[in-house]
Design a protein around this ligand. Structure first.
Ligand code: HEM
Ligand code: HEM
Length: 154
């Protein structure tokens, strides 16, 4: 079995999940710190912490995009062709792609006035990813249970 194949090895699965967790947690931390920080007071240590969270987020987000690329040929295309977890997988892939595009637009907004809207959209998609990833794992577990039944070859 290929490590990054149709079925992920425990190493590949854990790598994807840990990286996703850091991206999601740092994004949420940035949001929560935004409610707590005094925006006028630049001596507030929470400002520095919030900035560090964003740096961590930006770096790990790049790694996650790279991992999604690594999953693409065998995991995504292989399971798609085998009709396994299609709806959920497609939605997860679409959300990741939109996150990558909106993330890029945060670096280079097409118009400065649009940045706030793009930021809200990106945050909404981030929350969607945080909800969809556990659903993907639950669906994967259910599929494994079904295929391990002796009366089911698939
Ligand atoms: C069209 C897109 C996709 C399809 C059709 C798909 C399908 C599947 C299927 C069928 C499984 C269960 C494999 C098994 O029997 O063990 C699975 C597991 C998994 N998928 Fe996907 N997937 C897609 C995209 C993605 C993406 C974009 C990610 C993450 C960035 C992802 C992460 C995972 C992980 C971590 C597991 C392992 C779950 C576990 O072992 O408990 N998948 N996927
Ligand atoms: C593949 C997934 C993702 C990618 C590629 C991505 C990329 C980015 C990038 C490039 C930035 C701009 C960083 C900067 O201005 O220094 C950003 C900001 C941000 N991201 Fe993500 N991100 C992803 C997932 C998420 C998730 C899951 C959340 C969860 C909530 C999230 C929440 C945020 C927040 C709150 C910001 C700050 C927004 C702002 O500056 O106005 N992102 N992201």
């Amino acid at each position: 079995m290929n490590t990054w194949g149709v079925r992920l090895s425990p190493f590949a699965r854990n790598t994807v999940l840990i990286c996703s967790l850091i991206v999601i947690a740092s994004g949420f931390a940035w949001m929560v710190l935004g409610w707590l920080v005094d925006v006028q007071d630049y001596t507030d240590p929470l400002h520095t912490l919030r900035h560090r969270m964003l740096v961590l987020h930006g770096i790990t987000a790049y790694v996650l995009v790279w991992m999604a690329g690594r999953l693409s040929s065998l995991h995504q295309q292989g399971n798609w062709r085998a009709h396994r977890n299609r709806g959920n997988g497609l939605l997860l892939t679409a959300v990741l792609a939109l996150l990558a595009v909106s993330g890029l637009c945060l670096y280079y907004p097409p118009h400065e006035d649009w940045r706030e809207t793009i930021s809200q959209l990106h945050q909404g998609l981030g929350i969607a990813l945080a909800l969809m990833l556990p659903l993907h794992l639950l669906a994967a577990r259910a599929l494994r249970r079904i295929s391990s039944r002796p009366d089911n070859a698939r």
